[in-house]
Design a protein around this ligand. Structure first.
Ligand SMILES: [Zn+2]
Ligand SMILES: [Zn+2]
Length: 235
């Protein structure tokens, strides 16, 4: 069956449960009222209960919520999708990915070439995620993170995905509602299962625009804190 409908999934959004400015409920309300996003992954730093609240808030609406988490591994941030239980920060990348897979989830290297925070790219992604039995068994690479400066970091992530033979995803990394949908993943189909299938078949497309400097200013001092000290995200 051929489907023409492409869904827009913003797979990287924060709430007040970590360092975002809007509550899970407000994120859902804004996304429904002001964007064409049809699927959203709530990926708070090292927390999952906000994602569960968002899923409850979106029940019965057109918006589908993926339960996610952005886990601060020792080597860099890792996005987890389709998990049920919180995964703790501070473990190695290999152990973090293993914990995600034990829950049946997908593990994605977040902004792997971010110049400002600890990142899997600089910790050896190209070497450690390569081959038939890699040390780091990532399921995909985040090749479009709308918050990244410089933008070349996304180009580098896309190139790494090509070299590693991994699919790509995109997300806004929103910390305030106005940037929701700036970065997104498109795929054929509509459901969460369709998204998983598209990732497995390398048929996702990562796209979007970058935050403006005004968006950066609005995201504010807490993001700056993250930039200066990646371990301060929950302070
Ligand atoms: Zn991050
Ligand atoms: Zn993030």
């Amino acid at each position: 069956m051929h489907t023409h409908q492409m869904h827009i999934a913003d797979l990287h959004v924060h709430t007040t449960i970590s360092d975002g400015h809007a509550s899970p409920e407000d994120v859902i309300a804004y996304t429904l009222a002001h964007t064409s996003v049809t699927m959203i992954a709530i990926t708070d730093h090292d927390q999952i209960h906000g994602a569960k609240r968002a899923a409850a808030a979106a029940e019965g609406t057109r918006l589908q919520v993926i339960i996610g988490e952005e886990i601060s591994s020792r080597d860099g941030h890792i996005l987890a999708y389709f998990i049920q239980d919180r995964i703790a920060p501070g473990y190695s990348t290999a152990d973090t990915i293993r914990a995600i897979h034990e829950q049946g989830g997908l593990a994605v290297a977040a902004h792997p070439y971010d110049w400002m925070v600890r990142s899997c790219g600089r910790a050896g992604l190209l070497r450690r995620a390569a081959g038939s039995t890699p040390e780091w068994q990532f399921d995909a690479i985040e090749s479009l993170n709308a918050s990244l400066r410089p933008r070349a970091a996304n180009t580098q992530a896309a190139a790494a995905a090509t070299v590693l033979g991994l699919p790509v995803i995109g997300g806004s990394d929103s910390h305030c509602v106005t940037t929701i949908g700036y970065g997104y993943t498109t795929f054929a189909g509509a459901s969460a299962a369709d998204l998983r299938t598209a990732i497995a078949q390398h048929r996702t497309i990562a796209a979007g625009r970058h935050w403006s400097w005004g968006d950066m200013a609005e995201a504010g001092a807490r993001l700056l804190t993250r930039t200066l000290n990646p371990w301060a995200v929950r302070a």
